[in-house]
Design a protein around this ligand. Structure first.
Ligand code: S3P
Length: 436
């Protein structure tokens, strides 16, 4: 589906973006392994999280995703650590790396056979990073190219505790190992090169797992049963980031983003936008579902270029497409480096962000591990493509709101992976020349 985006005359309003994708996946998976029923409010009804629910259903976990007072509500019945059953068919993870990697960790602990598969994008994403440690723990996991690529076949059970240092900073890999560690015969220690999102650790602790952190190492001792955790999912900072950038780059904007998760392992985009000079206020800080949450108010800003690399990268890895748009409208040069992980996301985001923003007139160059953007060029509406990547689609839409002339985005429905209401929200917040 093509979508035509007109420049916005003004951006105004309050928006509660969708529930956090990472936390929604974990709430489903961990509650599936708990003993009893849980209710998860504001669960993200996006396609990725629906893939997780479908795979869990194939493993015998009952759940229903409905609504209460107009907000999503997941009811899920945990089967305990030993209650999953062998699936009758291949488990389809769709476009979702989190579904495949985290559930591969769970399946590594199950004494049965299962096969995880996904769409063309997921089949091209690196899986050796989880296969290697799960094999070290004693699981039999195989896939194309000696386990580098899905489909992955798993025959689990009989796992040993390990000490494992992650070669790349990856919360999905860390979480896969911690999930497998629940089924091991002794403690597991995972060490990360840089801190990555810690939602799994927070939720495991809240459910009664024996888990703790010592510096860069996370230690999990198996044996504890998991207690179901009814919770409310914070709104997704990775979705909110698109509106933060939309408001900052637009000359007549003020947007209030309510209930956004501001976990320090996720909030790099706030720090970097502020460094660029964004008029961004954090209000009403509070805690929701064991996670820090706040309202974020962003107004039209004069942005300057910035250099971004090192430890902040895992804290904003999913926000780089949005950041590249901010950089195109900023004064001066922006350099993003140490971000080679972007090459193995839903698309090669270094290549796709560079080519699509260039089509809109941005001066942007691609490097092995990042991008360089010369700012302060007016972007123009153009024909652009999402490359099947939900975050690229939303970044281009935000650029289009501040560009000259109309933009036509192909494959625009892909936003439903993580933010099903994105287009209706865009419509509501923006007044266009045509629409008044
Ligand atoms: C995620 C971790 C990140 C992120 C992805 C979601 C998670 O990936 O890019 O969108 O939920 O754990 P990596 O763990 O591969 O860095």
């Amino acid at each position: 589906m093509d979508r035509v985006i007109e420049p916005a005359r003004r951006l105004r309003g309050t928006v509660a973006v969708a529930g956090d994708k990472s936390i929604s996946h974990r709430a489903a998976i961990l509650n599936a392994l708990a003993e009893g029923d849980a209710e998860v409010r504001n669960f993200l009804p996006g396609e990725d999280c629906r893939s997780t629910l479908a795979v869990l259903r194939a493993l015998g976990v009952q759940s229903s995703l409905g609504e209460e007072d107009g907000a999503p509500l997941l009811r899920i019945s945990g089967r305990g650590l030993d209650g999953l059953r062998e699936p009758a068919a291949v488990l389809d993870c769709g476009n979702s790396g989190t579904t495949m990697r985290l559930l591969c960790g769970v399946l590594a602990g199950q004494p049965f056979h299962s096969v995880l598969d996904g769409d063309a994008s997921l089949r091209a994403r690196p899986m050796r990073r989880i296969v290697e440690p799960l094999r070290q723990m004693g699981a039999r996991v195989d896939g194309r190219d000696d386990g580098a690529l899905a489909p992955l076949a798993v025959r689990g059970g009989g796992l040993h505790g390990v000490r494992y240092r992650l070669p790349v900073a990856s919360a999905q890999t860390k979480s896969a190992i911690l999930l497998a560690a629940l089924f091991a015969d002794a403690e597991t220690v995972v060490e990360e090169p840089q801190p990555t999102r810690d939602h799994s650790e927070r939720m495991l602790a809240a459910m009664g797992a024996q888990i703790g952190r010592e510096g860069p190492a996370i230690r999990l001792t198996p044996g504890a049963r998991l207690t179901p955790l009814s919770m409310r999912i914070p709104n997704d900072i990775s979705a909110a980031a698109f509106w933060m950038v939309a408001a900052a780059i637009h000359p007549d904007a003020e947007l209030r983003l309510t209930g956004v998760g501001v976990n320090p392992t996720r909030s790099g985009i706030i720090d970097v936008l502020r460094q660029m000079g964004a008029d961004l206020a954090i209000e009403e800080e509070r805690e929701v579902g064991g996670e820090p949450v706040a309202d974020i108010v962003v107004r039209s800003s004069r942005l300057s270029g910035v250099e971004v690399g090192g430890a902040v990268i895992p804290r904003l890895i999913d926000e780089v497409p949005a950041l590249a748009v901010a950089a195109a409208f900023a004064e001066g040069t922006t350099v993003v480096r140490d971000a080679q992980e972007l090459r193995v996301k839903e698309s090669d985001r270094i290549a796709t962000v560079a080519s699509q923003l260039a089509a809109m007139g941005a001066v942007i160059s691609e490097h092995d591990d990042g991008i360089v953007i010369e700012g302060a060029r007016r972007l123009r509406g153009a024909r652009v493509a999402s490359h099947g990547d939900h975050r690229l689609a939303m970044a281009l839409a935000v650029a289009a709101l501040s560009a000259d002339g109309q933009t036509r985005l192909s494959d625009a429905e892909v936003v439903a992976i993580s933010y099903p209401d994105f287009w209706s929200c865009l419509q509501r917040l923006s007044s266009t020349d045509g629409g008044g």
